[in-house]
Design a protein around this ligand. Structure first.
Ligand SMILES: [Zn+2]
Length: 548
């Protein structure tokens, strides 16, 4: 007689097989996984392996169900029936995996688990549907095959399912994460909102056919998202990525790989990501993309490689921009700073589990990628606007300084770079809308334009730099320390650079070696320099006092 039978016949409650207690204890170390769907899925994965259900194919499970005449899903199975079924199930598994499967231990542990999940009242009985739902959810099969199987269990002979029957199925399914203490993340024990959302998705028809149920399940509704995530976790287990974790330095990365969309070459491994570790200097506000494996990718209808390449190229491009422009790109991304944690962002992308309708919920990798691309596009446009503004600012400053320079009668300056034609906003908007469908091309264009603006800004900056040097030299010259001709001072501009820095540091604390990289700070700094110059040497202001 198994331990479970003895325990249940003597009315003992909440007893766990020692090996089961050990397993449950070991699951505690997964509690540091910050995201509920992953946390639950990883616990289930460990459980699935401990129960050897990861070896069980669906046809084999169905054969055993048939062999024991498990047709009436409402029918209750007592402990001895459960033990009989489980024994023949594990005996079959033992035939193909003798070194992995110990029949008595597996039977005991699986029974222990099933009772914990489905017999909370410790009646010693569970419904046939519950038994099948538990076994099939954790067996080795394609995700959609599991969905189809589960739907068939509650559908009528004609293949339709009403709200009550769907409720039954979802109820039995949600008991699995509930038993791990994770039910709150999946909408709680109340499955009614989930049933309602499914039928709303089916246009409120009184009954649901399998195809509609499958479509709904593909949206990974909140109550069921742990199951597809379990499949992704399993698929990612053996994935090896030729990348190095920026935090723990693991290389290659095994398992899920997370890549920053904004930071060049910023990858982190699954365990660092799940535990929320951050590399020094990395701001946790950027989205990341999750890479699992080709197995996982085949679940979605999207040329994944292509999309990944695009996103990677794109992320690299943005990272370069960012390096060149200091922090300003940063600021342009979320001005209101509602997202202060990239994990929040990921959670939003992947598993926004605590929101309203399941339709707006946990999304497939394909959906995530598409939404990321859309957001990326929006960001690029914002960056572009910033660059254009910066460009206008620099141009204005150039003009101002040029005037000051001319007033001082210094040597002629090289003309500024050609001013970029800024097309009317509305025209470009129309253009953008027209090209919205050609996202890829559009991005290419935005990038090209960004490059032009960057180059132009760089030119302006270097011209400004020169202007300042010249003005500085005028300063020294007027002080009587340098009486060289304007043309000479122009030639000697290099040697006057330290002077400029001294002057700058006297007028503003914020300016330093990197002063040119931060246009907005630069502007105010320059204005102060100009003002000081003008105050010290009023002659330069429109020649009111004439030349000395
Ligand atoms: Zn790591």
């Amino acid at each position: 007689m198994s331990e479970n039978m003895r325990v249940h016949q003597t009315q003992t409650t909440c007893w766990d097989h020692p090996k089961m207690a050990e397993l449950y204890q070991s699951l505690a170390d997964l509690n540091n996984v910050r995201f509920s769907a992953y946390r639950t899925a990883m616990k289930l994965r460990r459980l699935q392996k401990a129960l050897c259900l990861d070896l069980l194919s669906m046809p084999m499970a169905c054969e055993v169900f048939d062999q024991h005449g498990l047709k009436q899903n409402e029918q209750l199975l007592d402990i001895s029936q459960l033990v009989t079924c489980l024994t023949s199930l594990y005996q079959r598994l033992e035939q193909s995996h003798s070194h992995l499967v110990s029949v008595p231990l597996c039977v005991d542990m699986c029974l222990n688990w099933l009772l914990n999940v489905y017999d909370t009242g410790r009646t010693g009985k569970i419904r046939t549907l519950s038994f099948k739902t538990g076994i099939i959810s954790l067996c080795k099969a394609h995700l959609e095959d599991k969905y189809r199987f589960l739907f068939r269990q509650v559908a009528s002979a004609t293949g339709f399912c009403d709200q009550r029957r769907l409720g039954l199925l979802l109820h039995d399914s949600i008991q699995i994460p509930r038993q791990l203490g994770e039910v709150a993340s999946f909408g709680g024990s109340n499955i009614e909102p989930s049933v309602r959302s499914c039928f709303q998705f089916a246009n409120n028809k009184p009954e649901l056919e399998a195809a509609m149920f499958l479509d709904w399940m593909r949206l990974e509704p909140q109550s069921m998202v742990w199951l597809p995530v379990l499949h992704r976790v399993a698929a990612a287990e053996t994935a090896k990525h030729q990348a190095k974790c920026n935090i723990c330095k693991e290389c290659p990365i095994i398992g899920f790989r997370y890549r920053s969309l904004k930071h060049f070459n910023y990858d982190i491994c699954q365990s660092c990501f799940f535990s929320g570790r951050v590399a020094k200097g990395h701001k946790m506000q950027y989205p990341m993309v999750e890479y699992c494996t080709p197995v996982c990718n085949s679940d979605v209808n999207l040329s994944h490689d292509d999309t990944h390449t695009r996103i990677e190229h794109y992320a690299n491009r943005l990272a370069e921009m960012e390096n060149r422009n200091g922090s300003y790109l940063n600021d342009s991304i979320s001005p209101n700073e509602s997202i202060d944690d990239e994990h929040m962002l990921i959670q939003h992308y992947c598993q926004s589990l605590n929101q309203g309708s399941p339709l707006s919920q946990p999304r497939s990798p394909a959906q995530i990628l598409i939404s990321m691309e859309t957001e990326e596009k929006g960001e690029l446009e914002r960056v572009l606007n910033d660059l254009e503004q910066e460009n206008r600012k620099l141009q204005a400053e150039y003009d101002r300084l040029k005037k000051a320079h001319d007033r001082k009668g210094l040597s002629p300056l090289p003309s500024p770079p050609e001013i970029l034609p800024v097309s009317p906003q509305s025209a470009r908007d129309a253009e953008l809308i027209a090209e919205a469908k050609l996202l890829r091309q559009h991005k290419g264009r935005l990038e090209a334009r960004m490059q032009i603006l960057e180059d132009h800004n760089k030119q302006l900056e270097s011209q400004l730099h020169r202007l300042r040097q010249l003005l500085e030299q005028t300063d020294s010259k007027v002080n009587g320390t340098a009486l060289s001709s304007p043309s000479t001072s122009s030639q000697r501009s290099d040697s006057s650079l330290p002077l400029l820095r001294v002057a700058a540091s006297q007028t503003t604390d914020t300016m330093g070696d990197d002063e040119l990289s931060s246009p907005s700070q630069d502007t105010s700094g320059l204005e102060e320099v100009m003002e000081q110059l003008n105050n010290s040497f009023p002659h330069s202001q429109g020649g009111r006092r004439g030349h000395p």
